[in-house]
Write a protein that binds this ligand. Sequence first.
Ligand code: MN
Length: 236
Amino acid sequence: MRAVEALIRWEHPERGLVSPVQFVPVAEQNGLIVELGAWILQTACARLGAWRAELGDRAPEQVSVNVSARQLARPDFAAGVAETLAVTGLPAGCLTIEVTETAVFEGGQAVTALHELRALGVRIALDDFGTGHSSLGLLQTVPVDTLKVDKSFVDRITEAGRHAVIAEALIQVSAGLGLTAVAEGVETAEQAAALYRLGYRLLQGYHYGRPVADPDFDLVRATVAAGGLKITPPAG
Ligand code: MN
């Protein structure tokens, strides 16, 4: 087990659990995503710091935080991240910022922000890769460490035919460019095994654990072990 991803949920006093599909787009429209995103970043960094202190080697090495185009477009974004790392005491190398291709496709301040984050030592992941403004040229012009291969390329990977072709191509692109590849949305042991055969070593999804407020990392490890998969860190 290598990393966790921060996912926002809203427990509303009257409406119950509100799906992020409902409230995140609204926050993006009205601009509240900037404050909400800052809170998520702060909370995620503080929690990983607490897990590291409490669990030592049994804590995840990394936390991934999703960042919207609107946050990334603000000139003070990277400075805010630096401040959050300083306040929480989390080493920069423990944080991955996830952005979509579409958020950085047009260059400008968003790409400047990624260079600034990189200079801090923060890792950068392209999220939902292959579904946005997909441009392989982007991989050479923006600083990227990790490709998160979209669930849509994982869903039917065990079926006969052409379903595995894109996942297979993307692991080769990742390896060739020295990037880390993560397969998203893995739901079954069969999908995990098929991805492993293609060369994927980092997988995430319901097969390993559902989003929870208080993850049990030992249980996740046990699940991986029970799946019979040998998950080994990539060389280097
Ligand atoms: Mn993500």
